[in-house]
Write a protein that binds this ligand. Structure first.
Ligand code: DC
Length: 225
């Protein structure tokens, strides 16, 4: 089987990128790197410092100055990794609803993206990495050996998110999550494009293990030519 050194996984919010990325990385013994945490960390710092998130120049300056590190889990509390911002553990803080509401705004600024992409490329170039995001296959790692674009219907993505929060979600929760995801899709639309050479994986009805099996099978067959 061909062993790709860099694997890009892109797709919309809730498509299962993180679950699959972590599973694939652990299967291959690769580093798992979720690039969304960098935009989230930036939004968190800006909110904490009460900066103007509508000021692109200020956000770009912050992106350049702030030190974001993603390291192996430092605590056994279910986390996949630890995120440090200027040395402070923000792993859970970057998942707050306030960050969720504001992250797409800072992620839209070209100057911010330039700096984030630069930092992500430095990590990706070390190889043996599964990188997850929106623009990995198109912008960050256009030479990645394998590019996967995950898709799932809005209903399916909402269902998965809802089940994460509540084993038996009611219609109100489902509708709320679906509404939030539709908004995120709109805000992230500017980067949500599969690379021309990406394989599209439609995941409705598939479990993470099914997806992993599909990718390993793909590597075995098609990718070897
Ligand atoms: O994947 P996520 O929900 O953690 O991403 C958070 C935000 O960052 C979301 O608005 C999309 C954006 N993002 C991006 O623009 N490019 C990436 N490579 C990763 C995330």
């Amino acid at each position: 089987m061909l062993q790709p050194s860099v694997i890009a996984i892109d797709g919309p919010a809730g498509a299962g990128k993180s679950t699959l990325g972590a599973l694939l990385a652990s299967h291959l013994g690769y580093l798992y790197f979720d690039t969304g945490v960098m935009y989230r960390a930036l939004a968190l710092v800006a909110l904490q410092a009460r900066l103007d998130l509508h000021d692109e120049a200020e956000m770009a300056k912050l992106a350049y100055e702030v030190q974001i590190e993603v390291v192996a889990p430092t605590t056994d509390d279910g986390r996949q990794y630890t995120v440090l911002v200027n040395g402070e553990d923000v792993t859970w803080a970057i998942r707050s609803p306030e960050v969720e509401r504001n992250v797409s705004l800072v992620a839209r600024y070209p100057q911010v993206r330039r700096e984030m992409v630069h930092q992500q490329q430095q990590i990706g170039r070390r190889g043996n990495t599964v990188m997850v995001g929106r623009d990995i296959g198109t912008i960050v790692m256009p030479d990645a050996d394998l590019k996967i674009f995950l898709e799932a219907s809005l209903q399916e993505r909402a269902r998965r998110r809802a089940v994460e929060r509540d084993d038996d979600p009611d219609q109100t929760l489902m509708a709320q999550i679906q509404h939030d995801l539709a908004r995120r899709d709109q805000l992230d639309d500017h980067v949500l494009k599969p690379a021309d050479d990406a394989v599209i994986l439609q995941t409705d009805g598939l479990s993470p293990d099914d997806e992993l099996a599909w990718i390993l099978d793909y590597l075995e067959r098609d990718h070897n030519g």
